[in-house]
Design a protein around this ligand. Sequence first.
Ligand code: ADE
Length: 301
Amino acid sequence: MAAPVKISSVFRPNLFKGKVAIVTGGGTGIGKAITQELLFLGCKVMIASRKLDRLSKSAEILRSQITNNSAKLEHMQCNIRQEDQVKELISTTVSKFDKLDFLVNNGGGQFPSVAEDIKLKGWNAVIETNLTGTFLCCREAYNQWMGEHGGVIVNIIADMWKGFPMMSHTGAARAAVDNLTKSLAIEWASHGVRINSVAPGSSIYSDTAAANYGSQDIFNMNIPGVPAKRLGTVEEVSAAVCFLLSPAASFISGETVKVDAGASLYSTIWKIPDHNKIPAYKWETDNAGCNDEEDGTKSKL
Ligand code: ADE
């Protein structure tokens, strides 16, 4: 028999007793760790995902792990790309739990590809999931509950600070969410809404992601570029999310916390081959058409 999973937290017991949260993508990976810690701290949590089968199985396991009497877990299918389903997610949560204190926008998805090969359909799918889906969840949480009662939102983004080669679609979407976070922090402050982002590094190891990739090598590749010289844990991301949701962060809004041990400051694994395809610009060799009088040609500008 497998040993029982030990769930813990650095935060005080019952910190989130009486609180209600939605965690999109809350059944797997980083989202699962966030859900486990929220439940451990006494929160009532609604997890939502596009694939009901997988979500129901995760929900059953998560329910069996609950140790806090105040905690409760509900789950429901929701494709965050569909406006009507997002509206339903928020309204169902509010009617089941009578309120909505926290929204964690963790659901997302992408596929690796060089930019020139990304088809419009794939591009749109990634933008709609990671940017539009997050926007819809924020907007509906605000319109249906938080605009009147306040609340706290955390958006999970990514390490795209130096661009995101091979993942340009998600890099663009996550950078947009970083900016959306700032706009909403200002627009909704007077309604008692705080909103921040957490940006996990690519070195965060999760069993779900490892199973998706079919190997751990893709994670280990990152270690030389991580100042801590190790992979990060989902618990380290969850702790940052719980901090931002908690009153300890009551004076923090519109901010993004990187959970990457400084890796985004340090290095990139992307290598550019040697080439001479970007020649220097110099006046003496320039023939861009500014010397009309000398060579008798007309400027193209
Ligand atoms: N996780 C990945 N894609 C999703 C989607 N479209 N809706 C909800 N959760 C998701």
